[in-house]
Design a protein. Structure first.
Length: 189
């Protein structure tokens, strides 16, 4: 296996600063190098700051990861908007986070396939195993969530019908009973 990148070996505060600056894209690589030299003079004098090419490689990987996270977040928003489900939004958000982790695992697999990475075949098998486990977990989670949502809709429908019967037998007008029914069913829609 190849050695860790220059950036991965940096102190956490320097690495976090580099990641933040690369993520915002506010500076060119040359400007970032000058900024790092001014902000972290001890690391600069010790020759411990990354080169322009190391920043570029790390920035490319970071961009791919950020793109994967954005894509999974947008997909989760679109699915929720189209499905109109709000029975268990937290579980849906957790499922989206699991999807993001799965994207990360896939990116790691792709990076391990890169000839420069010199990944050990055993590590690659372990990553494939991890990806398969994450897919299985995500599938089970999604099925459980959909079952819960279907049960919540069924309970709301039954409650609306019960309220409708009680309201009509209690002398409530048909329009008022229908409005109550729509309100209850609107919760589960």
């Amino acid at each position: 296996m190849g050695r860790k990148s220059t950036i991965a070996r940096l102190p956490l505060d320097v690495k976090a600063y580099i990641e933040a600056m690369l993520a915002t894209g506010a500076q060119t690589l040359d400007e970032l190098i000058v900024d790092l030299q001014a902000r972290f003079p001890a690391a600069s004098h010790g020759g411990n700051l990354p080169s322009r090419s190391a920043l570029h490689r790390y920035g490319s990987k970071l961009d791919r990861r950020l793109s994967a996270i954005k894509a999974s977040t947008e997909a989760a928003k679109l699915i929720q908007a189209q499905a109109g489900d709000d029975q268990d939004a937290r579980s849906e958000a957790l499922t989206a986070l699991v999807q993001t982790e799965l994207f990360e695992a896939i990116l790691s697999l792709q990076e391990a396939d890169d000839p420069e990475s010199k990944a050990d075949p055993g590590e690659r098998v372990a990553m494939l195993s991890s990806a398969a486990k994450n897919i299985a977990t995500l599938t089970r989670s999604s099925i459980g969530l959909k079952q819960f949502q279907a049960q919540a809709r069924a309970r709301a429908k039954a409650a609306a019908e019960t309220v409708d019967k009680i309201a009509k037998s209690g002398g409530l007008s048909g329009d008022a009973a229908e409005q109550i029914r729509r309100e209850i069913l609107g919760i589960a829609a």
